[in-house]
Design a protein. Structure first.
Length: 240
């Protein structure tokens, strides 16, 4: 009985070890949390933690696709791994730098100008390692839908659940842009301002309502008229 018991114990231990080894990679994921997790909250700081699941390379880049209601221009970089840089993209942002130590998690934080009026926000994340391997944390539900790139079930996007908006909270206007900072039409002050150098030159050329070319034409006509009159007088004098 003792021999059978020992064999069963070894078998159970081996099976448990295999299960644990298989489950470790699935346990890794990306998390997002915030003390300001409330709809329409302004200047909300969000902290992301991307857990490493590689035994051979360190994390070197985090790319995030922002949810509806948050524009790349609404996000500013707060803190992250030493030497890492933040850059906005068309649909989100990227935080990257020298690869971290193997097994080290990447933690960083950003500030969002205002959270949208929603119940939850999903931040699709691509986590890249120094060897080029990419973890795609982009699943939005538990249906296990394939994204067409070999992505399997069990890689959920980090989701931030929001409390209901505070009473009286209202959406802020869109982030100012360069094009919006300049006036599209002249203002009253601009209309009453003194003319530009080009306008002043044009006014001088338009002296008396005639241009320089017009004055030359008038002079030519006068010369011709005088010549005609002189010729007529000479002819009349010769006849007399």
């Amino acid at each position: 009985m003792s021999r059978i018991t020992r064999r069963l114990t070894v078998a159970v231990a081996a099976a448990a070890t295999a299960v644990l080894c298989t489950a470790v990679p699935a346990a890794a994921h990306v998390e997002v949390e915030s003390d300001d997790a409330q709809a329409l909250a302004r200047n909300a700081e969000l902290t992301f933690t991307a857990e490493s699941e590689s035994a051979t390379a360190g994390i070197s880049q985090i790319r995030v696709v922002l949810p509806d209601g948050i524009a790349p221009s609404d996000v500013t970089y707060e803190d992250g791994p030493e030497g890492w840089k933040f850059s906005a993209t068309d649909d989100g942002y990227t935080v990257k730098g020298a690869a971290l130590k193997v097994g080290a998690d990447a933690e960083y934080s950003v500030v969002v100008r205002q959270l949208p009026d929603a119940k939850e926000l999903a931040f699709k994340t691509l986590q890249t390692y120094g060897d080029g391997k990419v973890d795609r944390w982009i699943e939005l539900d538990e249906s296990g839908d394939d994204d067409g790139h070999g992505h399997a079930e069990g890689n959920p996007a980090p989701v931030l659940e929001l409390k209901a908006a505070a009473p009286g909270a209202t959406p802020v206007g869109p982030s100012p842009s360069v094009s919006e900072s300049a006036s599209a039409t002249p203002t009253a002050e601009e209309t009453d301002a003194s003319p530009t150098p080009q306008a002043a030159d044009a006014e001088q050329d338009d002296d008396g309502g005639l241009s320089a070319g017009a004055w030359i034409a008038v002079a030519v006509v006068l010369v011709v008229a005088v010549a005609v009159v002189f010729a007529v007088r000479r002819r009349n004098g010769a006849r007399q």
